[in-house]
Design a protein around this ligand. Sequence first.
Ligand code: XIL
Length: 480
Amino acid sequence: MFSKRALRSAIGGSGAALLAATAALIAVTVPSAHAADPPLRDLAAAKGVYMGTALTASEATGASGPIAGAQFGMVTPGNEMKWDTVEPSRGTYNWAPGDSIVNFAQAHNMQVRGHNLVWHSQLPNWLTSGSFSNTELHSILIKHVTDEATHYKGKVVHWDVVNEPFNEDGTFRQDLWYNQLGSSYIADAFTAARAADPGAKLYLNDYNVEGTGPKSDGMYNLVKSLKQQGVPIDGVGFQAHLILGQVPSTFKANLQRFADLGVDVAITELDIRMQTPSDAARLQQQANDYTSVVNACLGVSRCVGITVWGVSDATSWIPGVFPGQGAALLYDDNYQPKPAYTAVRTALGGSTTTTPPTTPPTTPPTTPPTTPPGGGGCAVTYGVNQWNTGFTANLTVKNNGSAPVNGWTLKWTFAPGQTVTQAWNATVTQSGTAATATNLSYNGTIAAAGTVDFGFNANWSGSNPKPTGFTLNGTACTVS
Ligand code: XIL
């Protein structure tokens, strides 16, 4: 039987159920380390929620990118959809940074949380120092909300329409918007966002509202009154920038009381900071704290998902804003999963082991490093199984050289319209028709005369020919 949550997620077109089904299919047909150790996104989907991460454009092209694409089913641009980036001068829009995150999401079968349309921070100077009349400021606000929500129409599943409108005591924050327009700017922004993109779920988002208290009460009263007035609000986001050992005990009950108002709830910017450097005891406490947060969400049927505010401690915003603190995320400075990662995986129903159970390498790890396939080149076997718009490709890469290859990158050129959506046993990235596959930690070595297998799902349009121009670490391969 479907739980209400699973049903909603399937009907809501989130694709999570489909993704889980696809993952299950791959698990049956292509046994792999990936199948034995499902990523967080698949575990979350099986529970009827999403697991997301914030990602900036530079993180997407750096070491966080492959982890984000593999582990998370939702992405929130870290900065790329904020006002100062999107509308740096009045009426002139700069969509490229936000678009790059949307493209990343689409290439990795992820959904997007738009963040954000109205906020007191990261506003351009022309806006904060413009001395506009109230009427003019109101029209600037509505135009920005309308234009941005229209640009991303159909591409974002949630919008943080209004971000951080409250003071700690639950009164409205005295920012540009409230001071000139009064609290009605909030309802007006939601109404404009709905008109521009009727398909997106519209969220109010804030921090320090995770447990019950004056700020959370202020938000509760606002949501209640917006619902009563028929303002189109669909969800409430709880940022959850938390402190080690201080997950509020009322988190779940608080999520539930908002849900009872008839809105979805989501954890939107989770991180749990500590004094640095971290140590084993703190990392264990952090793991327990992450477990509490995941359980709070899973305990509320209208909690639709959890987003962590970044992949790795290496690029987290915390040390820059809270000096002396950090280590707040699931991956450490070296992009290795922390106890908190294992805790989240376990809370989502995955395995409890700290070391991912992967297929053991077939060659001794002591093999000395070498460069391109020694002399003999390489041979790619490309098998394809296609249907009307999609296909699955399975590739075998043979090292024809007399020395092992340690660490491999296979490049090729697709035909126009061929787009990878999901890969296994390799990280596959694509830029236009240029594709690149790199080994994972467990299959980096191709023995002399040995092979490695990987595969991907992809879309195609037009015709679906075999790709061309395969090279292994820069050396051309034969293809059959
Ligand atoms: C942060 C980003 O992570 C930083 O890169 C940026 O310098 C400042 O903003 N609440 C929010 C997020 O809603 O947009 C903030 O993101 C973190 C706090």
